[in-house]
Design a protein around this ligand. Structure first.
Ligand SMILES: Cc1cc2nc3c(=O)[nH]c(=O)nc-3n(C[C@H](O)[C@H](O)[C@H](O)COP(=O)(O)O)c2cc1C
Length: 330
């Protein structure tokens, strides 16, 4: 059984990764329904939060049904991070996660996200200060290191644990790799195998089949899997992994009806939460996967991803239902 602070998250939990413009309340709700054990918000800028920037503040919305839920923040300035902890606490999350892994230039150039991998003492002192500033468990999400020559994740993880981090999720790539190459899980297993470690170590990067999730558990011995891209437009992934763990069998893929139901609800929840314009826009990236594999689908997908009007997207779903009802996915 893995525990994040006092929160029991089960044996080999599956965590929905924080993903910008993806891990929002509607999508988190769908993933939760399909078996995600812990969900995280997308990253939220500490500088945005303390300026009360509307975009950052809206990302703090969380709902009872998605617990346990972690709110992820990023930044490199101690004062801003501590003030953000206070702001975040008011939303009542179960966990606060620190992003020490984002490789994007605009984040890294300010020393935040993966930028902090160049300043491990700051990474540790920020974590320590945040742990002391709240009663909520603080978790850390990071990468293996800045580059291949500076992978010190075993030592870094120990130090984070020593200052009170409650769990660490490690993406098996360096900052320099961005998203290229394959994720390397061996150094994550080294962290886990360090006899001094006792907090959960979650593996992340390229878990895209139930078999890979099982490998992370059985071959690499990690405490849980954090899942990102495999869930985009495919919240069923969590259920499929759990079914495979239980039975060794693959679930049949979701039916057209299930996919349409998810797409419709996703869009409606997104509109309810952030209004029609943004709701329509930000749900687009999911449609490719919701309807993956259907031949001659381009025309329908085109309507879904180019229309600014929710009614047109719903009409496209209706057309798909009429045209492809009963389509058998493989
Ligand atoms: C669209 C997108 C947005 C992301 N945004 C964040 C983020 O806000 N915070 C974060 O820690 N990682 C973010 N990531 C990284 C993921 O959490 C994860 O570490 C990475 O995708 C590797 O896992 P995967 O192979 O399961 O996708 C993002 C990834 C993607 C694809």
């Amino acid at each position: 059984m893995a525990k994040i602070g006092n929160i029991d998250v089960g044996g080999f939990p599956l965590l929905l990764a924080p993903m910008e413009d993806v891990s929002d309340p509607p999508f988190r709700a769908l993933c939760k329904e399909q078996g995600a054990d812990v969900v995280y918000t997308e990253f939220i800028s500490s500088e945005g939060l303390i300026r009360d920037a509307a975009k950052s503040v809206m990302k703090l919305d969380i709902y009872e049904k998605e617990r346990p839920v972690g709110i992820q923040i990023f930044g490199a300035n101690l004062e801003s991070m501590l003030q953000s902890v206070e702001i975040v606490e008011k939303s009542g999350p179960d966990i606060i996660d620190i992003n020490f892994g984002c490789p994007v230039k605009k984040v890294v150039s300010k020393g935040a996200g993966a930028g902090i991998l160049k300043d491990i003492p700051l990474m540790v002192s920020l974590t320590e200060a945040m742990v002391k500033h709240t009663k909520l468990p603080i978790t850390v999400k990071t990468r293996l290191g800045w580059d291949q020559d500076s992978i010190k994740i075993v030592e870094v993880a120990e130090r984070l644990q020593d200052v009170g981090a409650s769990a660490i999720s490690i993406h098996g790539r360096t900052r320099v790799q961005m998203y290229k190459g394959d994720a390397n899980w061996a150094p994550i297993a080294e962290v886990k195998n360090n006899p001094r470690m006792h907090i959960p170590i979650f593996g992340n990067g390229d878990v895209d089949t139930p078999e890979r999730a099982m490998e992370m558990r059985d071959k690499f011995g990690l405490d849980g899997a954090m899942i990102g891209r495999a869930s985009i437009g495919y919240p069923w992934f969590f259920k499929e992994v759990k079914h495979y763990f239980r039975t060794g069998e693959h679930l049949p893929p979701p039916t057209m009806e299930e996919r349409l139901d998810a797409a419709r609800r996703h869009l409606q929840m997104a509109i309810d939460w952030k209004g029609e314009k943004l709701g329509v826009f930000e749900t687009r990236r999911h449609y490719t996967n919701y309807f993956k594999g259907i031949p001659h689908f381009k025309e329908y997908r085109q309507k879904m991803v180019t229309s600014d009007d929710a009614a047109d997207v719903f009409a496209a779903f209706d057309e798909v239902e009429k045209e492809f009802s009963g389509y058998e996915f493989v």
